[in-house]
Design a protein around this ligand. Structure first.
Ligand SMILES: [Zn+2]
Length: 496
């Protein structure tokens, strides 16, 4: 059967057999064309990885139009701007989650909960994530969502996307997805996933990805489970060469240090995970660094998988703020009759947990650019909440917060576009801004309580820990009221 037909069948079957979660009130949709001035804040210069200022930042419609020293005369474009006095506060570019799957519930697979992509997109935005890189899904469906967030028809971040993962016959993600999908979808999975057995298969899978409007190509160069088939290095190298000839960058899912070295040296443009299942030596880290290929460690997803293996996973306060109860109600315990592949994967990942901080330190010391991404929405790993946690995991592993913020803003923007139009606070750039009460370089948790979030010029309601009303004109409450009170400094913050 033709693959496209199978995929349509698969998505209809999924939609038909899964209940839909009803979420709380949506964010307000401010009118496009709004103009704002954020006056007097210290501004994160993502190129210098430092705060500068104080500055007045003017936006008009979807763009930043001026960045001036605080108190300088307003530019002509700023005459009608809504003024936000944010002196003493901190302004940074909207964040980038560089590894997501915007379609998915994050619920236990055996629950079959359906969460509309719109809800996930809203959660990213509420965490200050104004751009996401989707690293594997139905390309045309993702393109449609990208167009809808671009036009403002739905609220959400800017979306770049791949098409489906390209893999070896029977390789990841076929074993896992087959085992976790209900009948009859599980029977269709092996036919739906693009697979390369020989060089002559490569043009066809690239044709399909390009026809599905993929911004880049996603390939798997790992064994998951560890006895699953994997592409040969020769086929990976050929696929990368042909993708580059056709103007597409290649993103590779890797697992071991050897996978990472080989993929980077084969010309892969981005490593979609860190080295999560073997130690990485200094020599290997230097070889990866020499290629300049960035790596998205996604510690948060491995931590989540390990917690499933250890039977210690519980929803965090942040998770409860971002998603509905249905999405985590049956995740605290993997049932004994859960698929064997999942049981093995979670236990193996739990055993590998001790490797991750040393690997991050070794890779960072060698100069491998480590980006920030989450692999949300895998079970227990939720949009928005997961990125805020990943920022902390990377800084706890020893990467300076300024570099982590640069990796979550400028770096992916430069990768997708040599002259980045997001990830920077500069005239002409997209009006994607976060205002925090404290300096995030001293206190990353301040990002849990953003004071304002602007996405392509639209003011949106952030999640505010503690259930208090957001301080600005958008007033959607958090999705669950069960959250601890905010710290005292937040309560006494000056009114704006
Ligand atoms: Zn992924």
């Amino acid at each position: 059967m033709h693959r496209a037909l199978l995929l349509v069948l698969l998505s209809f079957t999924l939609a038909a057999c899964t209940p839909t979660v009803q979420h709380g009130p949506l964010l307000q949709k401010p009118a496009p064309g709004d103009a704002h001035v954020f006056a007097g804040a210290m501004v994160f210069d993502s190129r210098a990885a430092a705060f500068v200022g104080p500055k007045d930042v003017y936006t008009a419609g979807p763009r930043i139009v001026a960045v001036l020293d605080a108190g300088a005369p307003a530019p002509a474009a700023g005459a009608q701007a809504v003024r936000h006095d944010v002196s003493g506060r901190y302004l940074l570019p909207g964040l980038v989650d560089a590894h997501v799957h915007v379609i998915g519930s994050g619920a236990a697979p055996w629950d079959q909960v359906d969460v509309p992509a719109e809800d996930n997109l809203e959660s990213y935005l509420r965490a200050g994530i104004t751009t996401v890189f989707d690293l594997g899904g139905m390309g045309n469906e993702l393109e449609h969502l990208a167009e809808q967030t671009e036009s403002g028809a739905i609220l959400g971040p800017r979306i770049y996307h791949a098409h489906l993962h390209i893999t070896a016959p029977g390789g990841h993600p076929i074993p896992l997805v087959s085992e976790l999908s209900p009948f009859p979808i599980n029977m269709l999975v092996p036919y739906a996933v693009p697979q390369v057995a020989a060089a002559e298969d490569i043009p066809g899978v690239l044709d399909d990805a390009i026809a599905a409007q993929a911004d880049y190509i996603k390939v798997v160069y790992d064994r998951m489970p560890t006895d699953a088939p994997r592409l040969s290095l020769e086929l990976l190298t050929e696929l990368v060469a042909q993708a580059h000839q056709r103007g597409k960058k290649v993103v590779a899912h890797i697992g071991s240090a050897q996978n990472a070295v080989e993929a980077a040296e084969a010309g892969v443009d981005l490593l979609a995970h860190g080295v999560y299942r073997t130690p990485v030596s200094q020599a290997q880290a230097r070889r990866i660094a020499k290629t300049g290929t960035p790596m998205i460690f996604t510690t948060v997803v491995w931590d989540t998988v390990a917690a499933h293996g250890n039977r210690t996973w519980r929803p965090s306060t942040l998770d409860r703020l971002f998603v509905a109860e249905e999405q985590y109600r049956n995740l605290s315990e993997i049932p004994d009759d859960a698929p064997e592949t999942l049981q093995v994967l979670t236990l193996e990942t739990a055993r590998n947990q001790r490797l991750w901080v040393p690997n991050i330190k070794t890779l960072h010391a060698a100069g491998v650019p480590l980006w920030v991404g989450t692999d949300s929405s895998l079970p227990g790993n939720y949009p928005g909440a997961s990125l805020l946690r990943e920022l902390e995991l990377l800084t706890n592993a020893g990467i300076p917060p300024a570099q982590v913020l640069q990796a979550a803003t400028l770096r992916p923007a430069e990768w997708i576009d040599a002259d980045p139009m997001f990830g920077v606070i500069e005239p002409g750039a997209s009006a994607d801004l976060i205002v925090t009460a404290a300096n995030p370089l001293d206190d990353l948790e301040t990002l849990h309580r953003p004071r304002h979030i602007l996405a392509r010029g639209r003011l949106t309601a952030p999640v505010i820990a503690g259930g208090e009303k957001p301080p600005v004109d958008a007033d959607a409450p958090p999705k669950t009221p069960a959250a601890p009170a905010p710290p005292a400094e937040q309560k006494s913050a000056p009114a704006e």
